[in-house]
Every structure is written in structure tokens, then in C-alpha cells.
Design a protein around this ligand. Sequence first.
Ligand SMILES: [Fe+2]
Ligand SMILES: [Fe+2]
Length: 186
Amino acid sequence: MPKKAGSYRTNNPKPPTALSQPKMDADPAGADQDAITLLKQDHRAVESLFSDFEKATSDAAKGSLAIDICAALKVHARIEEYLFYPAALSGETAPLLAEARIEHAMAKDLIAQIEASGPNEPMFDAKVRVLAEYVRHHVTEEEEQLFPLCEKSRVDLVALGRELAIRKQELTRGATVSNPIQAIPA
Ligand SMILES: [Fe+2]
Ligand SMILES: [Fe+2]
């Protein structure tokens, strides 16, 4: 039986126009996860990138990994600060969230320094290693102190997880349009 004309379209997609906007997936990756599962997955992913950076020997690999680390951290910080932290705010969590926001600000300062330098500069490796230490400390506090309080709270972590996944997808796609780092707001 001959195929219908439309069935060939997936093999010959229409090229996007300059004005076309990236489409949102109906079910973005991570949309079926609760907020804490999604954030912990982000933590593991960036830990893996830091580990790869520590093992890397060439400037090209270090530069590329640093770009990925900075982009991943900026997206993660954005969805926490704008969606997760406000939803998690309570009398119990307020001191932890204040501390977390200060830690994010310190990490962002270092990210800006890394973005402004390159692997051929003498302090580049040290900056990325210090960023890794900041992030490991911050992640431990989130996972051991903040997240358990959120799990005991009345926050709808499934609905929040879906919001985080959608926003993460928007930010990640925005970051890849032109410049992988600068396109993501601090
Ligand atoms: Fe955080
Ligand atoms: Fe986090």
C-alpha cells in the first residue's frame, strides 16, 4: 500500500524560519518527577561535570566543561530562586533559604569570573575547583536540611516539579540559541 504524502514529513522536516520560536515539549524531561527528585538529579549531573573537569587534561576539555558547569548552575539557581525557594518558604525554612540565596550569590560571582576568563589563564583551574567546593557544601545543606523539611511540608512537590521542569527546559533552550552562558540571566 502506498504511503500517504504526510507520512514522509518526519524524514524531510520543514526548516525553522528565523522567526520561529522553540516549541515546548508536551511532556518535558523531568516533568513526571517531583521537585526534589528533579533538583537532586541536577545536583548529581553537575557533580559529574565537576568530576570530569578534575580529570580533564587539555585546555579545550576544561573550557568546554566549564561552560557546561556554569550554564547548568545558572539554570539550576534560577529555577530554585524563582520557583522552588518561594514555594518552600516557611517559618522553619526561612533561615536556610536566606543562607542558600547568599551562597547562590557567591557562586554566581565566581561563575562570572570563570566566564570572563579561560583555561589558559593561571587562576582558571583554581576558580573552577573553588566553585566545586562551594557547590558541594551548598548541595549538602539543601539535601540534608532543606529538602527534608520540604518533604514534611504541605507543598505539592509533584506540581512544583512540573513547573521546574518546564522552566528548566525554557532556560536551557534559550541558553543554546546563541551563547550558551550569557543567554541565561544571572
Ligand atoms: Fe541551591
Ligand atoms: Fe540545588
